[in-house]
Design a protein. Sequence first.
Length: 388
Amino acid sequence: MNRRFRPIALIILALFTVPALLKAQQLPAGGSQQQNVVKNAFLPAVSYNSDMGLIGGGIYNRFDYRGNVKPFRSYTQATVLGSTKGFFQLRLSYDRTHSFGTDIRSHIEANGSRIFENNYFGVGNGSEFIRDQWDNQYYFYESVSAGIDYKARKPLYERPARGRLDFLMLAGSSYHLPYIKQQQSVMNLNPPRGISGGWTNYIGTGLLWENRDSEFNPTTGNYLELDLKYAPKFLLSDYALGIAKFEYRQYFHFHLIRDVVVANRLAMRHAGGDVPYWELSYLGDDMQMRGYPYFRYQGNDSIVHSLELRTWLFGFPKYGVKFGGQLFMDTGRVFTAENNFSDLFRGYKQTFGFGGAMSLFSPDFILRGDIGFSNEMHRIYVGVGYIF
């Protein structure tokens, strides 16, 4: 539930070394490219940002395909980044399809960060943005955050040709503490709820439907998830709140010179109760409304639709490398308690952009770069995997 900053949304200058990547693969005798194989990749990352300084670190990925388990037996990712101006992030995630010898799939993620330039613009779909104030750091503040999240998926229905329905069990804990960077800032002049920081500890449940042909590079099928989370006082949460989230993804493809995948995502989120500002629904990051600065719009509720056209352009099968591109458009808005869905059909923001993708050493491992444009600025994002 904690609000996470994604530092790989910076321009990565030196991203990987292919020889080291290929040597890291472990291919047992008789193993196929996607069966009875363990694949490792380490990507050194170096970038520079005028606000954070020189940033360095690395991203480690491990895919375990042993046992002919789909989509994998386990998947591990670790990211460590730091900068000369005090920025730091550590993120660890582990996904296992059969936990403790059962049919339960578990995903656990832990992260911690210190962010030198976090953003807060106020609450509401009409929150103000003035370019001079942005340049003078009026919307910036410093923060420290940490959290751990666990998701368990128990199959309720599964047919190989039709899809799978899972029951979800959720739990997590997060901590967020803002530091006021300067007196003349929106965070200091108009303090939001949660200005003193605190813990949110939650339990939850949900349902997940899945029939995509791939989790990492889907071309057909659907994905639907409904999450309900509750952070009560008896779990020692500083803020008693509830969060409901609905997400639907749909994929199909057609051939026009090249095979083109049409990817759609509709996401809605509601946060109610005693909600600190970092748990509000928001738009603006590398996952939604690309082109706006981080956390540009915040409210109790949000709705956003993303449309992407993806294609692979050329590749080198001998080396397991291929290159592609994507076009995208994001549309959405937030709602506050005062205008809760009364303006459902107006006031939407829109961004658009394009990007490139590269698949390396495994069809499941994809590097992606996007540039998004809004009516306020443009932003560049580099990361691992498609955003949905």
